[in-house]
Design a protein around this ligand. Structure first.
Ligand code: SF4
Length: 293
């Protein structure tokens, strides 16, 4: 990865995000397995050409700082931390990763995160749950017992004022989320890991532009919305998720009109590091950005 420093931040900032990471053939990390195939392969193929600016990587520095402080603590006798693993799955493909803490007494793997308060408000933990479950699956393969997964998330945009006036808002700037894993969860995650590796094998030699487009969900696109408005008005009377619902509304009143609001690919636009090598981005997002000035 090429690191740029548009704000001329001090060198320690640059050093903090500079990592010499060498991808290993047929070895994929737990976090990369959570991405769609196009992003996985484009990131890997273009690793040395991808450009990122230090200023856009500040949250990464914060996340690393939190990990650094917490990993410096002395673990209990029944705990070990930062255990890096490489687990062979099938056809030579290997899963690698590193959980922050394992507690043998509690049969629990823990991962530390930094997140936005929306994660807690929307109870949106599926990606973290899957990540923990892959760690737990690998630990079990290595002979350790795991039944529980724990996320300890530092909420980086927490507001004490909001916490005081809204009881549904996270009350503290840190949040603990526990998952009890069942045998069914372990069966499902093994199927997920194997099917992901099968997909990687299938597309490994496919040219960039022919890779399957990331799903709407992976592009963080909520889908098109249908606004019903009084003719000539800018504001919508109501916004629907489906065209059918909007058309039903149009039938009930006169002088109404429909406006289709295209869903935005938020990930492609703001958060995908390999977007410059993605023809979907170039055709659908880059052009839109240029049009909007
Ligand atoms: S730019 Fe969008 S479609 Fe392309 S790889 Fe990234 S997330 Fe996927």
């Amino acid at each position: 990865m090429q690191i740029t420093n548009k704000l001329s931040l001090p060198q320690p900032f640059v050093d903090a995000v500079t990592r010499e990471y060498q991808y290993k053939d047929k070895q994929y990390s737990v976090t990369s397995m959570l991405k769609d195939i196009r992003e996985i392969l484009l990131t890997r193929r273009h690793n040395n050409e991808i450009e990122q600016d230090v200023a856009d990587m500040i949250w990464l520095i914060l996340g690393t700082a939190v990990h650094k402080v917490l990993e410096d603590s002395k673990e209990a006798d029944t705990e070990f931390k930062e255990e890096h693993f490489v687990e062979e799955v099938e056809n030579g493909y290997k899963l690698s990763g590193q959980a922050d803490l394992y507690n043998a007494k509690e049969k629990m793997v823990t991962d530390y995160k930094t997140c936005s308060c929306w994660k807690v408000i929307y109870n949106d933990w599926e990606d973290y749950r899957k990540q923990l479950l892959m760690y737990a699956w690998a630990f079990r393969k290595m002979g350790f017992e795991v039944e529980i997964g724990q996320i300890v998330a530092v909420i980086k945009d927490h507001s004490k004022t909001k916490a005081k006036v809204d009881s549904s808002y996270p009350q503290y700037p840190v949040y603990k989320k526990i998952f009890n894993f069942t045998e069914q969860d372990f069966t499902e995650i093994e199927e997920f890991i194997k099917s992901k590796f099968a997909e990687i094998q299938k597309y490994e030699n496919t040219p960039d532009d022919e890779l399957p487009i990331c799903s709407e969900e992976a592009r963080w696109n909520d889908g098109d919305k249908y606004a019903v408005k009084k003719k000539g008005n800018k504001r919508a009377l109501r916004v629907y998720d489906t065209l059918e619902e909007a058309e039903e509304h149009l039938k009930q009143e006169e002088n109404l009109e429909l406006e289709v609001r295209k869903g935005e690919d938020k990930k492609c636009l703001e958060y995908c590091s390999c977007c410059q090598f993605c023809n979907y981005y170039k055709e659908n997002c880059e052009r839109k950005e240029e049009e909007n000035g």
